[in-house]
Design a protein around this ligand. Structure first.
Ligand code: ASP
Length: 579
C-alpha cells in the first residue's frame, strides 16, 4: 500500500472486479445493520464505499469530512440500489482497508448544496464551503472559462502580458486603493483600477495584440455584483476599429459559453445604440430576453384635456408606457407600484387595466377622451386583462422608471437562456456634480472632435458595452491616439493644463511618439461565470471573496498593523478603527 491513490472516484465507473485505492473525504456515512456505507468525495465526484465494521471498526467511527484512503474492489451495485443521481451510482467499492489520513473536527455546517447556511459562516469556513459540489463546480467553471479565453486569444496571436499592480492612479471613475511606499515615505502607490494606460503604452510599444487576465481594484461601496478586487479579461489591439474589438471579444465569449454550457451562441451579437437601448428598455444594459418594451405615447397627449400629462408634454417632457401583460392587479399592488415609481424618481405612475370590453380602468380614466384611451390601447397592443403603466416626466426619468419596473415585473429568474448584445454610441460626457464627467473613461475617443468641441453633451463616443441578460459584462472603446485631442478631453473634464501635466504628463508624452490607432475592451470574469453558472451573487464564483462591508471573515482582513509598520511607511493614525 504505497501509492496514495490509484483512481479517482469517477474512474470507478465500469471497473467491476478491479482493485482500486481511492482517497478523499467522508461526505456521508450510514450504518445499516452490519454494513457501513460511506460516500467518498474527491475532486472528481462521489463514489459509494461499502465496509464491514466487524472487520474494519474504524468504518463506524469516521467523522464527517475526515480525510481517508481506502483499498477495495469495484463491483456493480446490487439490483434496486442503483443511484441515478450519482455519476458513479451503478457501482460501489467494497473495501478491506480504511486509512485515516487526517481526522476532522465536528463540522460547522453540512457540506451539502441543499442546506441554507448564513454567508458569514460560509466565508469563515470557506475551505469547507468550497467542498460543496456547487462551489466546486463553480471553481471548475471559472477555470474552464479562463482556459477558453486564453486558448482563443493565443490562437489569434495575442500576447499575454502582465502589467504592474503598484501604479500611479489610473482613472476609471472609482476611488483608488492606496499602498504606502516605505522607500518614499509620504508617497503612495495605487492598486490599478484597470491596466488601461499600460495596455495603451503596449500599443505604442508595437505590441499589436495584448491581453491579460487582470486583477483590478476599485474602492467602491458594494453592490451585490461588485467586489473591491475583481478579475477582468483585459484586451487591446492596434490598427483596430470597433468591429475588430467586438469580433475578438465575441470569439472569447463564444468559446467560454461553448466550454461551460455546451452551446453555440449566435454570433455576431446584435448591436443597439445607447439611445435605442434607453428608449426601448430604459437602461443601458437591456435584458432582451423578454418584451414589455417602452412605447412613446407623447404625441397622444399633446392636446389632451388631461392636464397632468399635457402639462408635462408642453414643458418638454414625454409620456411613455409599458404593457406588463395579463396579470392580477389588486389595489394594494397598484399602490405599491406607484410607490416604487416615486422611489425611483418619478413624480407619479398611472396604471390602467384593460377591461373585457376593451375600455380602461384607471384612476385617470375619467380624464381621458375615448380617442386617447383607444390610442393608448392600440399603441401598447393591449388585450383584455393587460396591465399598462404610464409615466409622464422628463425623458430620462420616464424611461429609467419604466425600465426599472419592467425588470421588476418581467425579468426571468436565472440565466438559462443567454441573450448577448452590444450597446454602442454612448454619449461622451454627462452632467456630473462639479461639471462634466465621462461615461466610460477619459481615454475614449469621441466620434467627432468638432462636435465635442462645440457641444460636448451632444458628443457621442466610440465606446461600447457587452451585455448579457441585463448584466453589463464589460466595456471598451476606441482610444484617443492624438495627444491634442487627449488634452482637449481632459480640459472638458475640468482637468487644467497644469494638472494634466502633473498627473498624465508621462502619458501625453508617450502619445507623441507615433501612437497607432488602437482600441480594446475588458469584461468581468467573475460576472461572466456568475451568469453562466446561474448564480445570483458574484461571491459564489469568487474563491475567497469579501463580504459586502469589505471584510474577510476567514482571515479577518483588513486588520490593524503594528505601530512599527506604520512608522516604517511614515504614517501616524488619527482614527480609531470602529470595533
Ligand atoms: N479599462 C476599461 C475598464 O476596465 C475597459 C477598457 O476600456 O478596455 O472598464
Amino acid at each position: 500500500m504505497n501509492k496514495v491513490r490509484t483512481h479517482h472516484a469517477i474512474e470507478t465507473i465500469g471497473l467491476e472486479g478491479q482493485q482500486v485505492r481511492l482517497a478523499g473525504w467522508v461526505a456521508r456515512r450510514r450504518d445499516h445493520g452490519g454494513v457501513t456505507f460511506i460516500d467518498l468525495r474527491d475532486a472528481s465526484g462521489v463514489v459509494q464505499v461499502v465496509a464491514d465494521p466487524a472487520q474494519l471498526p474504524i468504518a463506524a467511527d469516521l467523522r464527517m469530512e475526515a480525510c481517508i484512503a481506502v483499498d477495495g474492489v469495484v463491483r456493480p451495485r446490487p439490483e434496486g440500489t442503483v443511484n441515478n443521481d450519482l455519476a458513479t451510482g451503478a457501482f460501489e467499492v467494497v473495501v478491506t482497508i480504511i486509512e485515516l489520513l487526517s481526522p476532522a473536527e465536528p463540522i460547522p455546517f453540512m457540506i451539502d448544496d441543499r442546506v441554507e447556511i448564513d454567508e458569514q459562516t460560509r466565508l469563515e469556513y470557506r475551505y469547507l464551503d468550497l467542498r460543496r459540489p456547487r462551489m466546486a463546480a463553480n471553481l471548475r467553471a471559472r477555470s474552464k472559462a479562463v482556459a477558453a479565453i486564453r486558448r482563443t486569444l493565443d490562437e489569434r496571436g495575442f500576447l499575454e502580458i502582465e502589467t504592474p499592480t503598484l501604479v500611479s492612479s489610473t482613472p476609471e471613475g472609482a476611488r483608488d486603493m492606496l499602498v504606502p511606499s516605505r522607500l518614499r515615505p509620504g508617497a503612495f502607490y495605487a492598486l490599478p483600477q484597470s491596466p488601461q494606460l499600460f495596455k495603451q503604452l503596449l500599443m505604442i510599444s508595437g505590441v499589436e495584440r495584448y491581453f491579460q487576465i487582470a486583477r483590478c481594484y476599485r474602492d467602491e461601496d458594494f453592490r451585490s455584483d461588485r467586489q473591491l478586487e475583481f478579475t477582468q479579461l483585459d484586451l487591446e489591439g492596434a490598427f483596430w476599429d470597433e468591429e475588430s474589438v467586438q469580433e475578438n471579444i465575441e470569439a472569447t465569449l463564444v468559446a467560454a459559453v461553448r466550454d461551460l454550457r455546451g452551446v453555440d451562441i449566435p454570433c455576431p451579437f446584435p448591436r443597439m445604440t445607447w439611445q435605442e437601448s434607453m428608449d426601448r428598455y430604459g437602461v443601458d444594459k437591456p435584458d432582451t430576453r423578454f418584451g414589455m418594451e417602452i412605447v412613446d405615447l407623447t404625441d397622444e397627449f399633446r392636446a389632451s384635456e388631461f392636464r397632468g400629462f399635457a402639462g408635462v408634454v408642453n414643458a418638454g417632457g414625454v409620456v411613455r408606457g409599458i404593457n406588463t401583460g395579463g396579470r392580477e392587479l389588486a389595489r394594494s399592488a397598484a399602490d405599491a407600484l406607484v410607490d416604487d415609481a416615486k422611489r425611483l424618481g418619478a413624480k407619479g405612475l398611472v396604471w390602467m387595466v384593460v377591461e373585457p370590453d376593451g375600455s380602461l380602468r384607471s384612476p385617470v380614466a375619467k380624464f381621458l377622451s375615448e380617442g386617447e384611451s383607444s390610442a393608448i390601447a392600440e399603441r401598447l397592443q393591449a388585450k383584455p386583462g393587460d396591465v399598462l403603466l404610464l409615466v409622464a416626466d422628463q425623458w430620462r426619468t420616464a424611461v429609467s422608471v419604466l425600465g426599472a419596473l419592467r425588470l421588476q415585473l418581467g425579468r426571468p429568474s436565472g440565466h438559462e437562456e443567454l441573450k448577448f448584445l452590444w450597446v454602442t454610441d454612448f454619449p461622451m460626457f454627462e452632467e456630473g456634480e462639479g461639471g462634466l464627467t465621462f461615461l466610460h473613461h477619459p481615454f475614449t475617443s469621441p466620434q467627432d472632435v468638432a462636435v465635442m468641441a462645440s457641444s460636448p453633451l451632444q458628443a457621442l463616443s466610440r465606446a461600447y458595452d457587452v451585455v448579457v441578460n441585463g448584466v453589463e459584462l464589460g466595456s471598451g472603446s476606441i482610444r484617443i491616439h492624438d495627444p491634442n485631442v487627449q488634452s482637449q478631453v481632459f480640459e472638458i473634464l475640468g482637468i487644467s493644463q497644469a494638472e494634466q501635466e502633473s498627473r498624465f504628463g508621462w502619458f501625453l508624452k508617450a502619445l507623441r511618439y507615433g501612437t497607432p490607432p488602437h482600441g480594446g475592451f475588458a469584461f468581468g470574469i467573475d460576472r461572466l461565470v456568475m451568469v453562466l453558472q446561474q448564480e445570483i451573487n458574484i461571491r459564489e464564483v469568487i474563491p475567497f471573496p469579501k463580504t459586502q462591508s469589505g471584510f474577510d471573515p476567514l482571515t479577518e482582513a483588513p486588520t490593524e498593523v503594528e505601530p512599527a509598520q506604520l512608522q516604517e511607511v511614515g504614517l501616524r493614525l488619527d482614527v480609531r478603527r470602529e470595533k
